[in-house]
Design a protein around this ligand. Sequence first.
Ligand SMILES: Nc1ncnc2c1ncn2[C@@H]1O[C@H](COP(=O)(O)OP(=O)(O)O)[C@@H](O)[C@H]1O
Ligand SMILES: [Mg+2]
Length: 253
Amino acid sequence: MNNRVVRRGGSILKHCGEGQVADLVNLTRHLVRHGIVTPPASPAIDPHMIEFPYVEGVGGLEFVLANGMQGLRELLCSIARFHEAPPPIGVSVFDPFKMIRQRIPLSHDKRIIELAEILRFSLPVNRPRCLLHGDLHVGQFLIDKSEKIWIIDLEDTALGPREADLGNFAAHLATRVETRKSPCLVDNFSFWLDAVLSAYMLDTPKVDGPLAMEYARIALLRRTLKLNELGEPSLLNQMLKRSPADFAVFSPG
Ligand SMILES: Nc1ncnc2c1ncn2[C@@H]1O[C@H](COP(=O)(O)OP(=O)(O)O)[C@@H](O)[C@H]1O
Ligand SMILES: [Mg+2]
């Protein structure tokens, strides 16, 4: 839990923009009707809050740490089902640079702008779209006592290529302290991107590996900028010292 979210008995109350409440209520109910396991949102008394049923369980990070690759596979299997759900009307198109653009004015570093441009130009224009979580990482899952996997935090849901969710998921795992395999960012990136794509592809072969890598590199820049803002500059420094091609090592099985 964090400062946007509080528990009140059997409910979770979360701060959100007044204009977002109706969209989230409609979205979560639409997904539940299509068999997606997510807590259905309701309007709260306060118009700046939204209410969800409280799900008793462990988070996705703890689940992956306890269950290793099998745990990773189960989370990705539930996200593969999410990707197959019919998108509701009015979902916006995913913009992988949204959070990067917001952070660049703070950074004052022209190498960051150059890197963002290189990454933007390597992204192919025509990409197949499905329903995306839009901010996918292990912290967006709750696993209850019956091992049912709940997907939460659907405020960034968008239309885009599934590889965008997979790249974000891998970039998070590569940069979290708890899941780092080595002090070297490139090694962590290769390990987790390979693991995530291999696990997802066991159920759903429809993945474009090179496209996932492009999105993962963009997500990695976003993550390292965020960690830098939080006082951890070492990953951003590693990212800027390397050429984007250094992050190209992967071979999903
Ligand atoms: N329905 C829920 N049941 C139990 N815990 C929840 C629920 N929704 C959120 N949480 C807890 O609050 C945390 C933050 O919620 P989340 O919706 O992901 O907000 P944020 O947008 O701040 O990431 C989650 O990681 C989880 O621990
Ligand atoms: Mg969250």
